[in-house]
Ligand binder design. Structure first.
Ligand code: ADP
Length: 374
């Protein structure tokens, strides 16, 4: 496995049409066994894998003997409840013979859009990965209502990629990539193998997300939205056909037709990684409990919450953010020098100008320049 093994953390998104036989409503066992072999090879070489898988509703429908007719929302959610257990069990059954441990994680939109829940979900997934487990992730369809659901696992997978700082997201699809127009409607559609910039022209090629069929997939539009989220977070995304017997080996041997969307490197994610990892902090800001709450819900750090400052730093330097017991809350780039900081700590933003003689209008640390510890 040459090329894919250059990635260290891979998200694998599997659509229900691959996993569940359309006619029987049961797991495509042979295909899943082949996929498990591929996953085991990658895991053995040290690659961390997370699986985002649809298929619960299709499996539950068969299990609950609901036939092929239209389902009400409550019936779909009941199917999700019945099918999710079968889905996780199917992965466990094929991966455990390879010595791999699986762990089910069901997420809702709230878990990725609310900062505190994001931090919590991120910590859980990071712990699972550090323990060598393979998270099997799906949207929590049993409780999610329309307003709080993704409705497609493409974007959920991209948010998970961003959450765990994955470097590759593989969308195993029924199509081998992006075409300049829908190939199912246009015989002259051209395949696009590499996409380095998600221009408005490229985004328009996916058409309308709402026209898509089924659950767990949103056509090409949601895949392009997923590509935007992932690549901006520094994660490469690839769309390829998943129906091969060993889909990852085929992709790895570069014998699969695919569309590769290059990760952006000069992104906010890369900047944050830089802040988190590679800088020598020049000082420390000690902040109060209210400020910690504000930061964890996604706010910038304001002077009112800063209790004390230590060290020697200039505006723009990296500083540590500590709570009053000396625990690290995060780190960031300060908007003020230590001299200014000593004057304005504890002050409300509106009083800064009175003390400093000018108002730079910047928060102590802007949220974009801050990384919280998890
Ligand atoms: P999944 O395999 O994840 O369930 P979908 O079926 O939701 O994927 O989406 C893939 C489908 O999107 C393709 O089969 C194709 O009909 C449709 N599609 C629409 N526009 C395009 C495009 N520009 N390029 C490729 N496929 C497209």
């Amino acid at each position: 496995m040459a090329s894919l093994s250059t990635y260290s953390r891979i998200i694998l998104k599997i659509g229900s049409s691959l996993l569940v036989d359309e006619h029987t409503g049961r797991i495509n066992q042979d295909w899943l066994q082949g996929l498990a072999l591929d996953i085991a090879e990658f895991a053995a070489s040290g690659t961390q894998i997370l699986i985002v898988s649809s298929g619960a509703i299709a499996l539950g429908r068969e299990r609950l003997v609901l036939g092929t007719g239209a389902l009400s929302l409550a019936q779909k959610q009941a199917c999700a409840a019945a099918g999710q257990a079968l889905l996780t069990q199917a992965y466990e059954a094929v991966l455990s013979p390879h010595g791999l441990v699986t762990a089910q994680a069901l997420l809702t939109l709230n878990d990725t859009e609310n900062r505190r829940r994001w931090i919590n979900a991120k910590a859980t997934l990071a712990t699972l990965l550090s323990l060598g487990a393979i998270p099997i992730i799906n949207e929590n369809d049993t409780v999610a209502t329309d307003e709080i659901r993704y409705g497609d696992n493409d974007r959920l997978a991209a948010r998970v990629a961003q959450m765990v700082e994955a470097d590759l997201l593989i969308l195993l699809s029924d199509i081998d990539g992006l075409y300049d127009k829908d190939p199912s409607q246009n015989d002259d559609a051209h395949h696009i193998p590499t996409i380095t910039e998600l221009t408005p022209e490229i985004m328009a090629m996916g058409g309308n997300a709402n026209s898509a069929r089924g659950t767990g997939s949103g056509g090409m539009a949601t895949k392009l939205q997923a590509a935007k989220i992932a690549t901006e977070a520094g994660c490469t995304l690839v769309i390829t056909k998943g129906c091969h017997e060993r889909p990852l080996s085929v992709l790895d041997a570069a014998s699969a037709k695919a569309s590769w969307f290059s990760a952006k490197t000069n992104t906010q994610a890369a900047r944050k990684q830089w802040i988190a990892g590679s800088l020598q902090p020049k000082g420390t800001l000690i902040i109060d409990a209210g400020a910690i709450r504000a930061l964890r819900s996604g706010s910038s750090l304001l002077s009112a919450g800063v209790r004390a400052v230590e060290g020697q730093f200039e505006k723009g330097d990296a500083v540590l953010i500590h709570d009053e017991h000396g625990h690290e809350i995060g780190r960031g780039l300060t908007g003020y020098s230590v001299l200014e900081a000593a004057h304005i700590k504890g002050l409300k933003s509106k009083d800064i100008a009175k003390v400093l003689g000018y108002d730079s209008g910047t928060p102590f640390i802007h949220r974009d320049n801050m990384v919280l510890s998890t």
